[in-house]
Write a new protein. Structure first.
Length: 203
């Protein structure tokens, strides 16, 4: 049986969980540094300090590793908790938006190099694009629900379109905070984004 076609397993013991985590961490660093196509499973195993067979024990191939790293970085569940926890009644609309953006920024944990590789892969790999689409749809649904609870204060009428636009803007600014804005402090970018979103959405 070829290593790439053998059945993989989900670790249940701490040793296996630690091994898989080491593989994921090593792979993220290599993908960020060298790119997906210039990285192979032997290099991932060496960087993680495990046998090549250990990589294939948990992942079918290097693409499976890449997809798991990206899929695990979804902000959808975090956005749901943040929207639930932030009390709009105790803050101005802008303050609530800024608080939400600050919490999202803290969760934006993928390295700049890996995010650049995701952007490149989305254009050529339908599985990577599918993960992005699922994450974006889940976040848009959550944002529509959150905005809907403030219906009387809204200026926008098409909540679904507004949520889509907001998420696209947030995604670009979050990326710029760590990759494209040398000398531009994150708090300045988040303040400006909060101003823009609050004025766009609310009366």
């Amino acid at each position: 049986m070829n290593q790439g076609t053998q059945q993989t397993r989900k670790p249940v013991q701490q040793r296996g969980i630690r091994t898989k985590d080491k593989i994921l961490k090593a792979a993220e660093g290599l993908f960020a540094e060298k790119g997906f196509h210039k990285t192979n499973t032997k290099e991932i195993a060496a960087e993680a300090g495990v046998a090549t067979g250990s990589v294939y024990a948990y992942f079918k191939d290097k693409k499976s590793v890449f997809l798991e790293i990206y899929g695990a970085a979804s902000h959808a569940s975090f956005l749901e908790r943040a929207c639930r926890d932030i009390d709009f009644s105790e803050k101005t609309n802008r303050e609530a938006i800024l608080a939400l953006l600050q919490r999202l920024a803290k969760e934006h944990t993928l390295s700049p190099g890996f995010r650049r590789e995701v952007a490149a892969m989305r254009a050529s790999d339908k599985d990577v694009e599918a993960i992005h689409a699922r994450q974006h749809d889940a976040m848009r649904t959550q944002l529509v629900d959150t905005l809907g609870r403030r219906e009387k204060a809204l200026r926008v009428t098409d909540l679904d379109a507004a949520a889509f636009v907001i998420l696209c803007a947030c995604e670009e600014v979050m990326h710029a905070c760590s990759t494209e804005a040398p000398g531009m402090a994150q708090n300045r970018l988040l303040d400006a984004l909060a101003d823009m979103v609050a004025r766009y959405v609310f009366r």
